[in-house]
Design a protein around this ligand. Structure first.
Ligand SMILES: Nc1ncnc2c1ncn2[C@@H]1O[C@H](COP(=O)(O)OP(=O)(O)OP(=O)(O)O)[C@@H](O)[C@H]1O
Ligand SMILES: [Mg+2]
Length: 199
């Protein structure tokens, strides 16, 4: 993906990305202080919000190839399991039950698969939102600060699954994180943002 001359004025922030290449098949980090425009950039990539000007070349990626895990995940009013398989259902994809059970088992969601998603703890929500994102094997995954509610073991597990999926599918990851020490080893490339610019 290539982002050129992308501009978005939002509140007092003037986001301007002159030229950013997000090479496919790599795990990218996106770091920068609160309010510098990281979430806004991800929303622009997802098309949730439109730019004032500029261009994003998706290089053949379709909207359905990209998914975003948001800082505050929106969950469906349904149980854990139904939330996880929803992306497969809407795409008419086959449900591989043993693979889904294995993912739920690893993240500790298997025992609570019938629980109402709205009653989950914040860490459990992040796990659900993570599985929902990886389950349909998208080509690009955007993660917005979604590891901050995780305990140490769960954080390691997320990193393990990200690496696995990356190696198996050649997927591209763009991960916003403030946990520099913990995440640095995962990133192939890191983009630093400050005051709406890549610096
Ligand atoms: N709808 C809006 N109206 C006015 N200002 C907005 C709006 N949405 C975002 N902003 C402002 O734009 C700036 C960038 O917001 P953004 O959410 O992209 O920051 P961020 O880098 O993701 O920060 P954080 O690390 O805290 O998540 C912030 O100063 C924010 O207050
Ligand atoms: Mg943000």
């Amino acid at each position: 993906m290539r982002i050129t001359e992308l501009r978005k004025k939002i509140g007092k922030t003037d986001l301007y990305i002159k030229d950013l290449k997000i090479e496919s098949g790599l795990i990218h980090g996106l770091v920068g202080p609160n309010g510098c425009g990281k979430t806004t950039l991800l929303k622009l990539i997802m098309g949730i919000t439109g730019p004032d000007s500029g261009h994003i070349d998706y290089e053949g990626l379709k909207p359905s190839d990209i998914t975003m895990m948001s800082q505050r995940p929106y969950l469906m009013h349904a149980n854990v399991y139904d939330n996880i398989v929803y992306p497969l259902k809407i795409r008419g994809m086959k449900i591989d039950q043993s693979e889904i059970d294995c993912l739920m088992e690893r993240t500790g969601l298997l025992q609570i698969k019938d629980q109402y998603a709205g009653s989950l703890s914040s860490g459990e929500r992040q796990k659900l939102s993570f599985l929902r994102a990886v389950v349909f094997r998208p080509k690009m995954i955007l993660m917005d600060e979604t590891m901050s509610n995780l305990d140490q073991d769960s954080e390691e597990l997320f990193k393990e699954i990200i690496r696995e999926r990356h190696d198996e599918d050649g997927s591209t990851w763009l991960i916003v994180s403030h946990q520099w020490d913990a995440m640095n080893e995962l990133f192939d490339k890191v983009h630093h943002m400050d005051k709406g610019r890549i610096v």
